[in-house]
Design a protein around this ligand. Structure first.
Ligand code: GAR
Length: 205
């Protein structure tokens, strides 16, 4: 039997993408990975409740408890190493990760972003702001991207993308909902399985 890839999902908020991953695993579709830990930088994140409901261990590393980003990231690295984590999934994790963290887990961090990268991405583009920017620009097609994470915000290699058509009457909120339902919740779990499959192949090389 294969030893599945141990996954940590990093969250900051509502956790609908985490839920999509949990549901994908519960449906038996995450064949090469297992969600072993949900780590939040915010103790009040609803995503933690979703993890508890699914009986997944949780950890909180509160950014506010640390004087600087380096100490905050060192603590996250410690928790992730302690849990033997092999793949990190950023699912609505609203902190930009520094070079040391990215290098420690090089090619082992993936992120979901609510636009078609390279549009509407990089520092300052997160959550609803991404959809506000897309509507303000007048683009007719947007979508979501799953990509590897490096020290450049939203700058790593793309794994999967899915397009979503913009409607004339869309608001940032209606667009956010459709991009999640039609793109993010589909390509994030599929990408997780794809990367876990690749990581298992690397193990056996
Ligand atoms: C999602 O739309 C995700 O793509 C976005 O935040 C939302 C989190 O929702 N992430 C970013 O903007 C990262 N740059 P969720 O907590 O319900 O998954």
């Amino acid at each position: 039997m294969i030893q599945k890839i141990k996954i940590a999902v990093l969250v900051s908020g509502g956790g609908t993408n985490l839920q999509a991953l949990i549901d994908f695993e519960a449906a038996g579709k995450l064949k090469h990975g297992e969600i072993s830990l949900v780590l939040s930088n915010k103790p009040e994140a609803f995503a933690l409740k979703r993890a508890e409901n699914a009986h997944i261990p949780t950890a909180v590393v509160n950014r506010k408890d640390f004087a600087n980003r380096e100490d905050f990231e060192n603590e996250m690295i410690r928790v992730l190493e302690q849990n033997g984590i092999e793949l990190i999934i950023l699912a609505g994790f609203m902190c930009i990760l520094g070079e040391k963290f990215c290098k420690r887990f090089a090619d082992r961090i993936i992120n979901v972003h609510p636009s078609l990268i390279p549009s509407f991405c990089g520092a300052g583009y997160y959550g609803l702001h991404v959809h506000e920017a897309a509507l303000a620009y007048g683009v007719k097609v947007t979508g979501a991207t799953v990509h590897f994470v490096n020290e450049i915000p939203d700058g790593g290699k793309i794994i999967m993308q899915k397009a979503v058509k913009i409607r004339d009457d869309d608001t940032p909120e209606s667009l956010q909902k459709r991009v999640m339902a039609e793109a993010e919740w589909i390509i994030l779990p599929a990408s997780a399985e794809k990367v876990c499959t690749q990581l298992i192949k690397c193990r056996t090389k």
